[in-house]
Design a protein around this ligand. Structure first.
Ligand code: KG4
Ligand code: ZN
Length: 377
């Protein structure tokens, strides 16, 4: 066998090129692993996401500790986050079969939410980022509620209209890019949709959080039994409040109905009240969301937030989007309420865009607007 001088290094070189080629190919499909941490309200959530794949996640909730107060007590929530953070992180890593060494970046909710609760997650994320030398990204909780759908239905390839319905927020958004470009079209001028569910549930003597209880009871009730108001849907509201919502009048109407029934000595028909109230909320939410898709000529709707778990809202939206030729994306119920997967999902998109990490001095912002997707300071 005759090997001219230099041929050996040629062969070695070709082998190396092949290895690099293979690595590059793997690189193109193997995206960074992002750890997401959520602690803005009463759920401590930690998850690991690669691209749009959920590798593992864990949620610990302090909801039981708030039930007797009828709402989240910030101090109780913060303490519970502190206790749950490390075990939740360990469970998420175990489920994903990864260690901190496998994590490429850390994303954490830095707002909006309860300041004390946010601080626990952000402090944990900073400590992990510093100790393991990973980039840190403070991300927006509201944008994360929308981004989580990508774990189920793949990336948003085009502009979307998003309906965000949670305990603290009710907003209609135009999402041109989930990591860099979200415009607030409108939102509630008083109570959030979830807040309305919780307050009405309380009026009806149901436990906190009320949404799931109303959802369940409404299935046995008649949605047409009581004609509750649908605020800001009339012709006179079209100009100023087309994309806005108002639920406090509806809550008062339910309260008046309950008082009237009790004064007349009649027993409350809880399923009928629940169904009629729920229909009023979901009718308005779905009507305005579909109207926004048609108006902006964006035939794609995604919904997010705890109230997106509501059965009647899903039904209304499925019917109305199908009739209008709008593609509908609804995340699975388990990912609608607060969790770490939503934060990791948004973090993965932010990392993919090559955006600059947040500083280690990152502050929390309880009122962070939805258009601030990555925290800068
Ligand atoms: O998104 P989320 O978990 O926390 C916030 O960021 O606020 O939303 C919690 C809210 C609560 O108001 C709860 O009552 C409501 O979501 N919720 C529901 C349902 N599941 C949760 N509302 C209506 N129907 C449901 N099935
Ligand atoms: Zn939330």
């Amino acid at each position: 066998f005759f090997a001219p001088e230099g041929s050996r290094s040629l062969i070695e070189g070709a082998r190396l090129d092949l290895r690099l080629f293979a690595a590059a190919r793997i690189g193109s499909v193997t995206e960074p692993v992002v750890l997401g941490i959520e602690s803005s309200c009463d759920e401590t959530g930690v998850a690991l996401v690669r691209g749009t794949s959920l590798l593992g996640h864990s949620v610990a909730s302090s909801v039981e500790e708030h039930v007797r107060f009828g709402g989240v007590v910030p101090e109780v929530a913060s303490r519970a986050h502190l206790e749950a953070m490390i075990p939740t992180l360990e469970r998420a890593l175990d489920e994903a079969d990864l260690t901190m060494a496998d994590v490429d970046a850390i994303a954490v909710t830095s707002g909006p939410g309860l300041t004390g609760a946010l601080l626990v997650g952000v402090a944990a994320a900073k400590a992990l980022a510093f100790a393991h030398d990973k980039p840190l990204y403070g991300v927006n909780h509201l944008a994360a509620h929308v981004a989580v759908d990508q774990l189920e239905h793949g990336r948003f390839e085009e502009s979307m209209i998003a309906l965000l319905v949670s305990g603290g927020h009710t907003e209609l958004l135009k999402v041109d890019d989930i990591a860099t470009n979200i415009t607030l079209l409108g939102g509630t001028i008083d109570d959030a949709a979830g807040e309305a569910f919780d307050k009405v549930a309380r009026l009806l003597g149901l436990p906190y959080p009320g949404g799931p209880h109303i959802d369940r009871l409404a299935r046995e009730g008649d949605p047409k039994a009581i004609d509750f108001p649908r605020a800001l849907t009339h012709a006179k509201d079209a100009e100023r409040y087309r994309w806005d919502f108002s639920f406090s009048g509806l809550k008062s109407a339910v309260s008046r109905h309950v008082q009237r029934e009790q004064a007349a000595g009649r027993e409350l028909n809880i399923p009928d009240i629940a169904a009629s109230f729920q229909d009023a909320v979901c009718d308005v939410l779905s009507r305005k969301a579909v109207d926004a898709c048609l108006h902006f000529e964006i035939p794609r709707l995604v919904i997010g937030g705890g109230v997106a778990a509501n059965g009647r809202l899903r039904e209304f939206l499925e019917e109305r989007t199908a009739a209008a030729g709008i593609e509908m994306r609804i995340p699975p119920r388990s990912l609608c309420t607060d969790n770490g997967a939503m934060v990791a999902a948004l973090g993965a998109e932010v990392v993919r865009r090559g955006l600059k990490p947040s500083p280690l001095g990152l502050a929390v912002d309880s009122g962070l607007p939805v258009s601030d997707i990555v925290a800068r300071g």
